[in-house]
Write a new protein. Structure first.
Length: 395
C-alpha cells in the first residue's frame, strides 16, 4: 500500500460546500457574467479606520514579536472587562485565550476536551465545522434538529432523549448560522439545568452576539448559576467589527478546561498575530458606534429580504432574529437545495448557498446572506422574482 495517502481520520472530512459555490461564481465571472453574490459570510464594510490605525501604530512601535500564549495583557484585561459588563461572566486569571479567530477556538475545544468514545450534541442545520472538528478529534457528532415550524428553536425533549452515557458536550450557537434564530433566556435555563444534571460541558458559540434585530437581547449561558464552571464561551472580532481577515477570536472558561486548550494552542499557532491584537484592543475600546451603524444597515437589508421573499411564489422565509443570514424555504420548487442554488445562479445570476451544506436539516432551503449592498440585494431579488415568473410559466 502506498504511504502517499491521507490519514484515515480525513476520510469523512469533505471540502467546504460553500467554496464549491464560490468556484462556480468564479467560473461565471471569468466568462464576463455579472453575478450578485449572496453567499458572503462576512460584513461587506471595511474595518473601521481607528482599528486599522491602531494596528499600524503597533507595527511602527515594534510590536512584531511573539506575544503571551494567552494574548497581550491589555487585550486580556479588556476582554475580561467586556465579558463581565456585557455577558455577566466573571473570569479569573488564565481563564481566557486569545485565538486565531473563533475557528481556532472551536478546534481547540474539540481536540482538547473530546475523547474517541465521546459524543457531542450539535445543532442541525449548522456550520458544519462543528461536525468536522468532532470527527477530527475522533469523537461523534450527534444532531439535534432545528425545525422551521418551531421557529428553529431547540427542542429540549429531543436534547434529553439524545443524551447517553457518552455525551460529553452540547454545542449551542446563538444567534445562529444559517437560520438567524436566537436561543432565549428561558430555553438557555433549561439547557443549563440539563448540563448540570448530566454533568455535560457546553460550548457556546456567540460570534454573532452583537448582530441582533428588533431590540432582541443576547444571553450567555455561562452567566447562569453553576454554568461558568462547565461552559466554554467562544467569540471574536470577525463579524461585529468587520475584521474577518484579522483572525482574532477568544475562548473563555474555567481554568480546568482552558489549561488543556492552551497546550494545543501552544503547539499549533503559539499566539495570534501581535499587531492584529492591538487592533482588536482598539475595537473594544472605541468602536461601538461602528457596530451600531453596521447593524442598522443589516437590519434594513434583513427587512427588505423578508418582505420581498414572502411575496415571491414558491418561496418563503421565517424572520431572522440575528446574524447576517436568511434561510429561504424553497421546498415548493420541488428541487434539491443544490439544484435550486445552481438554478438561481445560472438563470438569475444570483449566488446563494444550498441549505444541505449545513447538514440534512438544511435540505429544502437556501442561505441568503444580506452582507451585500441594499442596491445589490434589491437587484438580486428582482432577478429571483423574474426567474420565478419564468418558472411558473414552464410548470
Amino acid at each position: 500500500m502506498s504511504k502517499l495517502t491521507q490519514a484515515k481520520r480525513m476520510d469523512n472530512i469533505l471540502f467546504s460546500g460553500i467554496r464549491k459555490v464560490s468556484e462556480r461564481i468564479d467560473e461565471l465571472q471569468k466568462k464576463g457574467e455579472d453575478i450578485i453574490n449572496l453567499t458572503i459570510e462576512r460584513p461587506d464594510f471595511d474595518t473601521p479606520k481607528n482599528i486599522k490605525k491602531a494596528a499600524i501604530s503597533a507595527l511602527e512601535e515594534g510590536h512584531v514579536h511573539y506575544t503571551s500564549n494567552y494574548g497581550i495583557a491589555t487585550l486580556q484585561k479588556a476582554l475580561k472587562e467586556k465579558l463581565l459588563k456585557e455577558n455577566e461572566i466573571r473570569l479569573k486569571e488564565k481563564e481566557l485565550i486569545v485565538t486565531v479567530g473563533a475557528s481556532e477556538a472551536i478546534m481547540l475545544a474539540f481536540l482538547s476536551i473530546l475523547n474517541s468514545n465521546d459524543e457531542v450534541l450539535i445543532p442541525n442545520p449548522s456550520w458544519l465545522n462543528y461536525f468536522y472538528c468532532a470527527e477530527l478529534a475522533g469523537a461523534k457528532g450527534v444532531s439535534y434538529m432545528l425545525l422551521e415550524e418551531n421557529d428553529y428553536k431547540i427542542d429540549i425533549k429531543e436534547i434529553e432523549n439524545l443524551i447517553t452515557d457518552n455525551t460529553k458536550m452540547i454545542v449551542i450557537n446563538t444567534p445562529q448560522n444559517p437560520t438567524g434564530s436566537i436561543t432565549g433566556k428561558e430555553k438557555l435555563k433549561k439547557i443549563a439545568k440539563i448540563a448540570q444534571k448530566k454533568n455535560i460541558i457546553v460550548l457556546s458559540d456567540e460570534i454573532y452576539e452583537k448582530i441582533l434585530y428588533d431590540k432582541q437581547q443576547h444571553y450567555s449561558i455561562a452567566s447562569f448559576p453553576g454554568m461558568k464552571e462547565r461552559t466554554l464561551t467562544i467569540n471574536g472580532f470577525s463579524k461585529a467589527y468587520s475584521m474577518t481577515g484579522w483572525r482574532i477570536g477568544y475562548i473563555a472558561g474555567p481554568k480546568e478546561l482552558i489549561d488543556p486548550l492552551l497546550k494545543v494552542h501552544q503547539y499549533t499557532v503559539t499566539c495570534p498575530t501581535s499587531f492584529a491584537q492591538y487592533g482588536a484592543l482598539e475595537a473594544l475600546r472605541n468602536s461601538e458606534s461602528d457596530i451600531a451603524i453596521m447593524k442598522n444597515e443589516f437590519e434594513k437589508r434583513r427587512n427588505l429580504v423578508f418582505d420581498r421573499i414572502n411575496k415571491i411564489p414558491y418561496l418563503s422565509l421565517s424572520l431572522p432574529k440575528g446574524s447576517l443570514y436568511a434561510f429561504v424555504n424553497i421546498k415548493e420548487l420541488n428541487m434539491t437545495s443544490e439544484e435550486a442554488s445552481d438554478y438561481f445562479l445560472q438563470r438569475a445570476r444570483v449566488a446563494m448557498v444550498p441549505g444541505s451544506v449545513f447538514g440534512r436539516g438544511g435540505e429544502g432551503y437556501l442561505r441568503l446572506s444580506f452582507a451585500n449592498s441594499y442596491e445589490n440585494i434589491e437587484k438580486a431579488l428582482d432577478n429571483i422574482e423574474k426567474e420565478i415568473g419564468n418558472f411558473r410559466q414552464k410548470t
